[in-house]
Design a protein around this ligand. Structure first.
Ligand SMILES: *[C@@H]1O[C@H](CO)[C@@H](O)[C@H](O)[C@H]1NC(C)=O
Ligand SMILES: *[C@@H]1O[C@H](CO)[C@@H](O)[C@H](O)[C@H]1NC(C)=O
Ligand SMILES: *[C@@H]1O[C@H](CO)[C@@H](O)[C@H](O)[C@H]1NC(C)=O
Length: 181
């Protein structure tokens, strides 16, 4: 699943002493108070701090792609301020209420988009279940029942839709037949 998603650029502040971590803010520019640029961004220690510490503290499941930039600050311990490219994997949460109109809208979108892409004639019957995952927006993974207009066969499909509401962006990333009833 991870490979389908675009990497995220984020900034992370980690303190080795206190185990604090503030993350996933958009990267900030500029140096202040005693920060020194990190020269070797491939340093395994920096890579280790970059994500594993954050995952542990915040119970996230990010995979580090690349450390884009970073600064460190000697305090009691060491502060790291890093700009990272990360991938999110796993972390699916079941949708509590699949009757939610937003979920129905995503399912309708998935079917319409699939009809458009694959020249099929499916009609949504119902959403069976679904999960969501946060990734620069929300990924919806829905199991849905749809009827083939031509032959009238009802089948179960799994559709994945990536949505960024604030950008009015929606994309069908996969649509697969699970089983035919
Ligand atoms: C994190 O992702 C891995 C796959 O890379 C998955 O096996 C694991 O279950 C995930 N953990 C959580 C807590 O989501
Ligand atoms: C689920 O959502 C529907 C539509 O918004 C609502 O009518 C229903 O009460 C909700 N059910 C629960 C258990 O929240
Ligand atoms: C699509 O299905 C509908 C019935 O659901 C039917 O009326 C229509 O002719 C079908 N269109 C195509 C192109 O098969």
């Amino acid at each position: 699943m991870g490979s389908l998603l675009p990497p995220l650029l984020c900034s992370l502040l980690v303190s080795t002493l206190f185990g604090t971590s503030h993350a996933l803010d958009p990267p900030r520019k500029g140096l202040d108070g005693g920060w020194t640029a990190i020269e070797d961004l491939k340093d395994p220690h920096v890579r280790e701090i970059a994500v594993s510490k954050h995952n542990k503290l915040e119970k996230t499941n990010l995979t580090l792609r690349k450390v884009e930039g970073g600064e460190s600050q000697m305090v009691a311990g060491m502060n790291y301020r890093l700009v990272l490219e990360v991938l999110t994997v796993g972390g699916w949460t079941p949708i509590k209420n699949i009757s939610d109109p937003d979920v129905g809208e995503i399912a309708e979108f998935a079917v319409a988009e699939h009809n458009h892409e694959a020249s099929t004639n499916l009609t949504l019957c119902k959403v069976v279940k679904g999960d969501t995952q946060e990734v620069a927006g929300i990924n919806y993974k829905l199991v849905l029942e749809a009827k083939d207009g031509g032959v009238g066969v009802v089948s179960e499909y799994e559709a994945v839709v990536w949505e960024k509401t604030w950008e009015h962006f929606r994309k069908l990333t996969s649509f697969e037949l699970l089983e035919t009833h």
